[in-house]
Design a protein around this ligand. Sequence first.
Ligand SMILES: Cc1cc2nc3c(=O)[nH]c(=O)nc-3n(C[C@H](O)[C@H](O)[C@H](O)COP(=O)(O)O)c2cc1C
Length: 189
Amino acid sequence: MECRDAITGRRSCRNFTDRAVEKEKLTAILEAALMAPSPANKQPWEFLVAADPKYNARLKETSEKTKHKLAARSGWKWLPTFNIDFLIQAPVLIVVLGDPSRSGAEQFLDEPSPGYLEACSAAIQNMLLAAHDQGLATLWFSLYEKSDVREIFAVDDDKDPVAVICVGYSEHPAATPARKTLDEKVKFL
Ligand SMILES: Cc1cc2nc3c(=O)[nH]c(=O)nc-3n(C[C@H](O)[C@H](O)[C@H](O)COP(=O)(O)O)c2cc1C
C-alpha cells in the first residue's frame, strides 16, 4: 500500500468482527512501533499484547464507569450514550506503556515537553498505519482512568499506560470525519 493511501485510508474502528488477528500481522504491527522516532533514541515504550476476553471484559466494565463520570463532569450530552462495545469485540488489545524517565533532553527545557509521550504517540501512529496496510482495523482508546488500566494489566507504577489500541477486523469501514483545510490550519511564514 502506498504511504499516502495508508495515511488517508486509516479510520478509527468501533465495530470489530470476531475474526482473530494473525500472529504474523501482529508482529508486523509491533515491529512498526519499534521503528518510530524517539528523543535521543530512548525508545521509551513497551507493549502489552492481550488476546484474552477477560481483559476486554474488565476494561469495558471500568471504562463504562469512567464514561459516566466524565459525562457528569463535562456535561457532554453525547457521552452517556457513546457505545464502547468495541472494547468487548476487539480480539486484541495492545497496551502502550510509556517510560517517563526515558524522555529526551527537552524535559529539562524552561518549558519541558514530555518526550516519552510524544515518542509513544509516534509509535502508536506507526502501528495504526501498519495495521491498516495489512487490512486490519484499529482504535486508539484513551477513555479510562490510568489506575484501572494499571490494575487490569498489572502495570508497574513507574510506567504510564499511554493508550490501549484495539486491533481486529472491521465489520464495515467508518466514514471519514471531516478535516479542516490547509488554509485553516497552515500558515506559511
Ligand atoms: C489521543 C487519542 C485518543 C483517542 N481516544 C479515543 C477514545 O477513547 N475513544 C474513541 O472512540 N476514539 C478515540 N480516539 C479516536 C478519535 O476519536 C479519532 O481519531 C478521530 O475522531 C478522527 O477519526 P479517524 O481516526 O477515523 O480519522 C482517540 C484518538 C487519539 C489521537
